[in-house]
Design a protein around this ligand. Structure first.
Ligand code: MN
Ligand code: MN
Length: 468
């Protein structure tokens, strides 16, 4: 027999904003599907740790699923799948819809670069018979988190004759790894007094790469020489080839389940592959959509979206212009009628650090995909603030598809802030809102997300692509 509800309980049920935990309201079958989906995501994380690796993985995956390189002189019909690769670092995939492109397209935009440690152009040196790399970090990092952890090296080297050499070393168990050393606590009295921001200087992020000298009775810097010799044998490179290389150090550890209940995933690079992977998979899975669906997997978000592979460049606009030209339209005819989900992570509420987040407006793990109306800082500066009308549309789409979702703001007012690519797409006269997965320890070498939120992101992108 059910207990009678009081008038207040009934009224509260009708009127109050609900906050639901996906683990409470999803069926066991749905939870199983989410866990399965995340196994694919975890292996993707292990094989794709840089923007280039992500772009090429997604291109390969797309080709396996019938996507072909976009040809602006071709004719396309509903259900046709195309992609455009930008300099091996960013990828656009699109599925042609039943409606004319002139009615607008549905865009999802996520980034595939993550904070990391880049090599300087002239990186190799020897000091005290140890060989090291000089580095320049990429993106917003807390430098102390990047010391004393195993690192792997990824990227490309363009040799003097133009040959391109791909590098990945330190991912397999039997491969060597690299490390930025830190001071022992016994002698760190002065270092420990410094504010965290100053404890490890940018110029101190030097990476240990060798210690054994080249055997010879004459010569100087023989440890460095021995390393150069190994690099020559392995990659055919000389020291000058570092000048035309892009080499990136990332955490060498693999993704794994977190918690006795295995409800979370710990990994490097959730920001923003945790949105890139679900949005890409939703594109693969959207069948023959009403509207043409476009997913952008972009580079350079972590350094401000500058550069020809970042979203401040015109490569998205050019792609839309080429789509528009298929129907004899100009790009603006399509852009002005298009809608976008800017897919990027938000801060998950961390009970250990409650003071920086407003509990009423924070995103929580397991409460589903987080919709962020605006980002920015200091009085909504540097953001695209989505209109009430557009938020209303997204609400209806998500609710109709039974997506578990929540609204979240990045931190308390004036506590800090951050931005996404939303404003650059909004500047093209597109309706945009940020959505994404809440993350703990964002930008750390090892970040945490909830599996149910990852799956809800996938379902949300799909619902957006398929909504009328
Ligand atoms: Mn991000
Ligand atoms: Mn970020």
């Amino acid at each position: 027999m059910s207990e009678e509800k009081s008038a207040a309980e009934l009224l509260a049920e009708k009127l109050r904003l609900k906050s639901e935990n996906a683990g409470q309201i999803l069926s066991d079958e749905e939870i199983r599907k989410a866990d399965d989906f995340c196994e694919g995501y975890k292996s993707f994380l292990n094989s794709c740790k840089t923007e280039r690796e992500c772009a090429l993985f997604f291109k390969f995956f797309a080709e396996q699923n019938g996507f072909r390189e976009f040809d602006k002189s071709s004719k396309y019909s509903a259900g046709d799948k195309v992609y455009r690769l930008n300099r091996d670092k960013a990828l656009i995939v699109a599925v042609m819809g039943k409606k004319r492109i002139g009615e607008g397209v549905r865009i999802a935009a996520a980034h595939i670069d993550s904070p990391r440690i880049d090599l300087k152009p002239n990186p190799v040196y020897e000091d005290s018979e140890l060989a090291l790399f000089k580095t320049h970090y990429y993106g917003g990092i807390k430098k102390y988190q990047w010391t004393a952890i195993p690192l792997s090296l990824h990227g490309v080297i363009i040799l003097g004759d133009g040959t391109k050499v791909n590098v990945t070393i330190g991912e397999k168990d039997d491969e060597p790894k690299f490390v930025i050393s830190d001071l022992l606590p016994h002698l760190a009295k002065e270092q420990m007094k410094k504010p965290l921001e100053e404890a490890i200087a940018g110029e101190d992020l030097n990476v240990l790469i060798g210690s054994r000298p080249f055997k010879s009775d004459k010569g100087s810097e023989l440890v460095k020489l021995n390393i150069l010799n190994i690099l020559y044998e392995k990659y055919g490179m000389k020291e000058s080839d570092f000048l035309s290389a892009e080499l990136e150090l990332v955490p060498a550890f693999h993704s794994c389940d977190i918690g006795f209940d295995r409800s979370m995933i710990g990994s490097y690079g959730h920001d923003d592959r945790v949105c890139a992977y679900p949005s890409f998979m939703a594109t693969i899975d959207c069948g023959v959509p009403e509207y043409t669906c476009v997913t952008i997997l972009t580079d350079k978000e972590e350094t401000g979206s500058e550069g020809n592979t970042g979203l401040k460049s015109s490569y998205l606009r050019y792609f839309i212009e080429d789509l528009a030209a298929l129907e004899g339209l100009s790009g603006r005819d399509v852009l002005s009628r298009s809608m976008c989900l800017s897919a990027d992570v938000n801060a998950g509420f961390d009970p250990t650090y409650p003071s920086v987040l407003d509990r009423m407006n924070a995103a929580y793990l397991n409460k589903g995909i987080v919709v962020t109306k605006f980002t920015g800082s200091r009085g909504k500066s540097g953001t695209s603030d989505a209109s009430a009308e557009y938020v209303g549309f997204i609400r209806r789409v998500f609710d109709k598809a039974e997506i578990v979702w929540q609204m979240g703001e990045l931190g308390k007012v004036d506590a800090g802030g951050g931005g996404t690519v939303a404003m650059y797409i909004a500047n093209l006269d597109v309706d945009v809102i940020d959505v994404g997965v809440p993350v703990l320890s964002m930008h750390a070498p090892f970040e945490v997300v909830s599996k149910l939120d990852v799956y809800m992101a996938f379902k949300a992108f799909k619902a957006f692509f398929l909504a009328d």
